[in-house]
Design a protein around this ligand. Structure first.
Ligand SMILES: [Zn+2]
Length: 347
């Protein structure tokens, strides 16, 4: 009996103990759920904040480890007329241009700037050039044609890439004629036909142009120059030539077989650049002309020129920047491109 009487209180004690443990477990589960939810909400709040405050946001994954979340992409450009003007983040209203239409600029104006510009493309070599410029972090000016080295509509992705990368797109006429040989009406046609193409492809109309061969801007034909410049003034174009011609178009062939060895070509380039640079004070700006329609201009001359110009302490910039114009003034108009651009050139 004694045994039985002792056993019964023990059973009661055990039952009480089990009940207490069960209660503690239930309470623990309830508390765990409540705090778990709270902590999840806190994480969500943090996530919401991280949308607007990008720095120091290190959300954790389910395992509790820190994960690195890439920051949201920065707005790279400026909204103008409801479209993104790429690359340049520009505040406030557009300032008045510092350049004058109808005037010929044969050199840059901003000290310590050096513009390297490329004429006659886009070409089959332009993509490799854009890769190089991206790698070097350099912006340049492309004086493009509509139908010179092939049809611009068929190479529109190259032009779009150049524009979106922050390079200046300027006009080199539709078909690359000497403007001295044309009537004002034909000059106008050469300019407006390319305007239509660039409006279709990019949505912008350049304000900067370079006459093919420099004809009309070199001061060699007073009557012809006046005709060209008056016509271009009427079309609101800034006329730019160069003070350093690398001579790539005169001394090289577009592709193999080459007329010169690599070493001879670079020596000739060095000579042309030296003539331009050594004749002016240190830090004096320069406007160099090259052509992206030559394979070795892209593969050999430009890498060499970039290195040489950088070593001289210059900042390499587009022509519009080395003349001091706000990027918005590199263009006569900035709008949305056509929903569908043509894919072929009409003769
Ligand atoms: Zn040209």
């Amino acid at each position: 009996m004694a045994e039985k009487s002792e056993k019964q209180p023990m059973q009661r004690k055990n039952k009480i103990l089990i009940a207490v443990i069960a209660l503690l477990v239930v309470a623990g589960v309830v508390l765990g759920v409540v705090f778990g939810l709270k902590s999840k909400n806190a994480t969500n709040d943090q996530d919401k904040k991280s949308d607007s405050v990008k720095e120091d946001s290190k959300p954790t994954d389910n395992s509790g480890n820190n994960t690195v979340t890439p920051p949201p992409p920065k707005v790279n450009g400026t909204m103008i007329n409801g479209v993104l003007f790429p690359y340049y983040v520009l505040d406030g209203p557009t300032p008045a241009p510092v350049t004058t239409v109808g005037t010929v600029y044969s050199n840059c104006k901003v000290p310590n700037t050096f513009s390297i510009s490329f004429d006659d493309g886009p070409s089959q070599y332009t993509t490799a050039l854009l890769d190089l410029l991206d790698k070097e972090g350099i912006k340049v000016t492309f004086f493009v044609n509509g139908n010179n080295d092939g049809c611009i509509y068929e190479k529109q992705e190259i032009v779009k890439r150049a524009y979106k990368s922050g390079h200046q797109i300027a006009s080199h006429t539709w078909s690359h004629p000497s403007l001295l040989t044309l009537t004002p009406e034909k000059i106008t046609e050469e300019m407006t036909k390319l305007e239509t193409a660039l409006k279709d492809i990019l949505g912008v109309v350049p304000r900067y142009m370079r006459p093919p061969f420099g004809d009309g801007g070199l001061g060699t034909n007073p009557a012809g120059d006046k005709k060209v410049q008056d016509t271009l003034r009427g079309l609101n174009y800034v006329i730019t030539t160069w003070d350093i011609a690398s001579g790539d178009a005169n001394i090289d062939s577009h592709a193999p077989p080459y007329k010169l060895s690599d070493a001879a070509l670079l020596a000739a380039q060095q000579k042309e650049y030296n003539v331009g640079i050594s004749g002016s004070p240190k830090g004096a700006p320069h406007m160099a002309l090259q052509h992206d329609t030559y394979e070795r201009t892209v593969s050999l001359i430009t890498p060499w020129a970039i290195k040489m110009v950088k070593e001289l302490g210059y900042k390499i910039v587009p022509v519009g920047e080395c003349l001091g114009d706000d990027p918005r003034n590199w263009y006569k108009s900035i709008e949305a491109p056509a929903a569908t651009a043509p894919t072929k050139c009409v003769p």
